[in-house]
Each structure stands twice: as C-alpha cells, then as structure tokens.
Design a protein around this ligand. Sequence first.
Ligand code: CA2
Length: 148
Amino acid sequence: MSAADVPLIYVLNGPNLNLLGMREPEIYGSDSLDDVHAMLEEKAGELGVAIEFRQSNHEGELVDWLHEAHAAGARAVLLNGAAYTHTSIALLDAIKAIDVPVIEVHLSDPAQREEFRHISYVGMGAADEVKGLGAQSYVVALEKAAAL
Ligand code: CA2
C-alpha cells in the first residue's frame, strides 16, 4: 500500500483544549493534548491509518478545517468542538456540507454536566459519538473511524 492509499483521519480540537491537563483533572483527566496526540499516532500506526491532528481556539478555523478534510478526501473527522459544540450552528452547517462522516468526541460526558452542555449542535450532524472516557474517548473514536 502506498502512502496515498492510507486512509486519512482528521482529528480537530476546539477552544481551550490546548490547556488540557493543566486544570480540572477530575473532569478531563491529566493527559495533555500532546499526550492525546501521541496516543493517537501510536493507535493510528496499529490501525494502518494516518491522522492529521489540530487544535484551534477559533470557530472559523475549525470550519475551514472541516472543508479541508472533505477536499483532502479524508475517511472521517474526529471532532471535539469543546464549548463550540454547544453553540455553533456554523460547525453544524459545515458538518452537513461535507461528505465526510464526523465522529463527535468528548473527554467528559456533557449530558452528565450543566444543562447548558446538554445541547450539541455538533451531535445534530455527527455520524457517531464517543464521550466520557477521558483521553480514551479519542482512541475509541479512532477505532470507529478506521472501521468506516
Ligand atoms: O469533555 C469535553 O471534551 C468537552 O468538549 C470539553 C470542553 C467543554 O466545554 C465541553 O462541554 C466538553 C472544555 C474544554 C476545555 O479544556 C480544558 C480542560 C482542562 C483545562 C483547561 C482547558
């Protein structure tokens, strides 16, 4: 199999996740986002897929990257939209506009937390979701994406 044949999976992370591991470990765990990235690179190697791992604090940049995933012919996108999950119709529209299945990922389980986290615009367009497993949520979501 040439590099071009390896399925590509985008892993997109929203606002404040660059600070992961520095606060609220009881909710989000103590792994940093770099740790999550390293974990996923290892898992991707085992699964025979390639990942493109990114984080942004800007809603429009996440929208641009969803479009990019489509243009790049990605197999799937794992999206932890962080707080934008609960507010962003722009992310929902982007998910609906692309032909790439999106798997919603969360470290915590937003449904078990404050009421304002119960609505998920990302979830309205996502093909699947994995939440509440800490950094393992990403690993399980990558397994699901690789099986698509
Ligand atoms: O559980 C998740 O993965 C969330 O997407 C995380 C978001 C939150 O707004 C969602 O409701 C659920 C918050 C990300 C903030 O990340 C930090 C974690 C620890 C320390 C600093 C930032």
